[in-house]
Design a protein around this ligand. Structure first.
Ligand code: ZN
Length: 110
């Protein structure tokens, strides 16, 4: 038995955390019995276990964001890619809300 756990690279620990997507499910995600959830931002349906379900960091990892439940939000691939590291989840949702509102306005005018 070797006790090398302390020297284990950090990446391994992150990968392990990453697998436990269900621990990041928030009220907004509305999980059902089939483990389907709604994207935290755009509310589209995604399978929790699928690759389309992304773990989005509110504070990006490059800015020191961690894998805590407060910092990780479950989003669809589109939202996660759209917000990238530039926007926080809150900012992205505001953006999204304004976009949807503007689209609706345009529709009602035409
Ligand atoms: Zn989305």
């Amino acid at each position: 038995m070797r006790s090398k756990v302390e020297n284990a690279p950090k990446e391994v620990k992150i990968e392990e955390t990453k697998k436990e997507k269900h621990m990041y499910v928030k009220t907004m995600n509305e999980i059902d019995q089939n483990m389907n959830i709604k994207c935290y931002c755009c509310r589209s349906n995604i399978e929790l276990a699928s690759a389309a379900c992304h773990c989005s960091h509110d504070i990006p990892q490059c800015d020191g964001g961690d894998w805590s439940q407060e910092n990780v939000f479950l989003c669809c691939a589109t939202c996660n890619q759209d917000m990238a590291d530039a926007l926080s989840v809150e900012d992205y949702m505001t953006d999204l809300y304004i976009k949807i509102k503007n689209n609706k306005k345009e529709e009602s005018h035409s």
